[in-house]
Each structure stands twice: as C-alpha cells, then as structure tokens.
Design a protein around this ligand. Structure first.
Ligand SMILES: [Mg+2]
Length: 242
C-alpha cells in the first residue's frame, strides 16, 4: 500500500509511458486519459509546483500530450529540464559524435515499417516493439556505432534502444531538480515502470525519498503499485487530499 503524499513535504517525479499512460505498440499511438491534464494541474498545485514529469520523450512532446496542463518536466533522460512551470526549457548541447552515429544509422537501413528511428535532436531512439525478433541485432548495431565515442552512451528500454550523450539520466534529472525551487528541501518520490526509471529511484532514495515501481519485474524500489490504472487512481486521491 502506498503512503499518502505530504503536500508540503514531498516532491513527485513521474515517468510518463507505462506510468501515466499505457504503453502502445508504437510510441505515437499512446492514448492520454481525458482526465489526466486536469489531474496533473490539481496535484501540481497541491504540491506547490513540486511535480515533474520525467521522461525519455522531449519536453515539447510531453507538453502537447498533456495540454493544457502546466507542470515541471525533464525530457530526453535528463538532457532537457524545466523545473518551474513558467520557465523556458534548458537543454544540453549535443556532441558532434551524435551526428556521425545519426548518419551511420540512416545508412544502415535498419528503419522500415516495423522499426522506427526517432531523431530527438539530442538523442536517437530506435523502436522495435513491432519487430521484437530483431531487437538483439538492433541493440548490437547501436552499441557498435556508439562504441568509438566516449561522449555517447547506449540505453536499452522496453522495445527501444537509444543513443545519447553520456552523463545524463533520470538520476541527474532528479538531482538537478532537487537543487531547485520548488523541489529543494522536499522528499523526492519517483514513480516509474522501466529500467531507466531505476536511476531516478536510486537518486530519490539517496536524497532521502523512495521509489515506486509500476508493475512486475526487478526493481530497487521500496514500494510497488500494480498498473497505470492504479497509479492514476492513487494520484487522483492525492490531488484531492483524501
Ligand atoms: Mg516508462
């Protein structure tokens, strides 16, 4: 059973896909629950603005999915941050090596109707949910292409592999956010479903908070919640204070 949030004491970091919305066969096919934007607004207000959506997606994509809600966000695994709702998004500079890998990926011919190469600008994600049997080869290829560059790292998630600048993760997102108002001085609570969320949970735990794992599978999280549906119900109760 999850604890109730402390409106004046807790800061909430929420993964998006698989936590706030059900995972879809293709990332563009997700369906955002109709009540979610209002729920985010209400809960963010209750937490004094200390609610951030922390995703591998770009912040502008999160904004468009959750419009008209206003919220703090970290996108592209910690490479884009906006810790106050009215502020502009702060982005890191992409290394030149990413350009080389981008060209090699395009030249490799791995993209087809079932495998999608998504260029996020600061990172490149290859989605193979529709062709799971090709996952092993795709991950190996991405590792090979990124291997020569110390300033790039490879991140494998659920049916997606991503190449991105080294040194950024959901852990750095949480650490960065927790240094800033309105998050600083609060207890970080990180809710997520995937391997990349473990970094965020580890950082939240190190900063005196805890992680919540959505669904099955190994996790360092102190607490568990069953599904997206359960997350939304719990968040809704927290937003109303009962
Ligand atoms: Mg997720």
């Amino acid at each position: 059973m999850l604890l109730d949030l402390e409106p004046d004491g807790d800061a909430l970091f929420l993964d998006f896909d698989g936590t706030l919305v059900e995972i879809a066969p293709r990332p563009d096919d997700i369906v955002v629950p109709r009540h979610l934007p209002a729920l985010i607004d209400r809960l963010s207000a209750r937490l004094g603005g200390a609610l951030a959506v922390v995703s591998g997606r770009a912040v502008h994509a999160l904004d468009s999915y959750l419009s008209p809600a206003r919220f703090a966000a970290s996108g592209l695994h910690g490479m884009e941050n906006r810790w106050n709702t009215g502020d502009p998004v702060i982005r890191v500079q992409p290394p030149e090596s990413l350009e080389s890998v981008r060209a090699s990926l395009v030249g490799s011919g791995i993209a087809d109707e079932r495998v999608r190469v998504e260029d996020k600008g600061l990172s490149i994600a290859i989605h193979y949910r529709a062709a799971p049997e090709r996952g092993e080869d795709i991950i190996a290829l991405v590792h090979d292409l990124a291997a020569p560059y110390a300033d790039l790292s490879v991140l494998a998630g659920k049916m997606v592999v991503e190449v991105k600048p080294s040194g950024y993760s959901k852990a750095t997102a949480v650490e960065d956010g927790m240094r800033q108002s309105p998050f600083s001085g609060r207890r970080p609570v990180f809710i997520g479903d995937d391997v990349t969320d473990e970094d965020g949970m580890r950082a939240a735990t190190a900063l005196g908070g805890y992680g919540v794992k959505v669904g099955e599978g190994p996790s360092l999280a102190e607490k568990r919640i069953g599904s997206v549906r359960h997350v939304l119900d719990w968040l809704d109760r927290q937003s109303k204070g009962h």
